[in-house]
Design a protein around this ligand. Sequence first.
Ligand code: CTP
Length: 401
Amino acid sequence: MSLAQRRILLGVSGGIAAYKSCDLVRRLRGLGAEVRVVMTENATRFVGPATFQALSGEPVRISLWDDSAEAAMGHIELARWAERILIAPASAELLARLAHGHANDLLSTLCLASAAPLHVAPAMNQQMWAHPAVQANLQTLRQRGVLVWGPAVGEQACGDVGSGRMLEPEALRDAMVASFGGGMLDGLRVLISAGPTYEDIDPVRFIGNRSSGRMGFALAEAAALEGAQVTLVAGPVGLPTPAGVGVRVDVRSAAQMHAAVLNAAAEADIYIGTAAVGDYRPAEVAKRKVKKQAGADLVLQLAENPDILASLSAQAAHPFLVGFAAETHDVLIYAHEKLQRKGLDMIAANQVGEGLGFEASENALSVVWDGGSIDLARASKSVLARQLVGIVAERFRAARP
Ligand code: CTP
């Protein structure tokens, strides 16, 4: 990874996450980037300009009306200098000003005066983040091509728990590297399904499975970091959308996932099916809650769900297909068999149990394709995701030069 000689303008607005942006400056410079920091007045209440000045090695700018700074590098010159503008943290107030095109301080003026791609890393209280006014502003910015990185879900400085934490400096640095391209999946569109499916029995009960969605979400993040345009179709999981994922479609049942994937597949070069799709659904979904009949067993009739991968491989023109298989035994034998039976280009098989696979943070994979295989040793799902994305990119280029 390198950002050698890349010119990044880091905007810091007022929020407690501003302290994390100090580390971000270090990390960007660590990869060779030139970083110039512009702070809003409010940001200076959280972190002193001297800190950013020392870390960036450049004067920090705050005001439009600073004559000596304007004489050294005028604000229009600074706007032209930047190859990327990243605002981290981006407060609700700053997002509102950007959405409405305000130019009432140096940072907002620079955003209007620069042709450089604009990225924002929002940080705010979860209640503020969820407010329709904030979401409407984000929608406006997204429609204008602004990339929104994060926020993450978790514990907040105010004691709340929820969505609104700024992404960690490392994740922002990686997203910045990816934004300059040079990734293994540059220009490719990758579709990923993740998580379980829920098959409703009645309004209060369903049949589900223990898939956490973490492997698929890690793959979505890894693919985006390699420059792919990522669409993520997610079953019911409580996970935040990873940085860089372009489109997320939330579904519940296998039938919905089947429809969402087939709909998006026409626009995809690669499909990675990590979702644990329910093979069966209740033949009838009761409209009212099924009542217990004391003393009698209940028989549930199940109907077979369509197989998403098989539906795709049956199409004349379909994306490069990567399947997943979770097995408790004879992993490789089943992997080869599924590769053939489902007409896949590649399959990643894992052994579940003993702290691996479902609900676990670690995994180990055997990746198999026609004519080769590779074992990826036990590691965190994010490390495995990066390795797997590398193999997918290589096999894709070999299969479809
Ligand atoms: N899959 C799918 N559509 C389904 C079921 C599974 O696309 N209706 C995909 C999963 O996303 C995953 C792979 O198939 O990539 C997993 O296959 P698996 O369910 O393990 O295989 P089965 O054919 O169900 O075989 P078995 O139940 O015998 O393991």
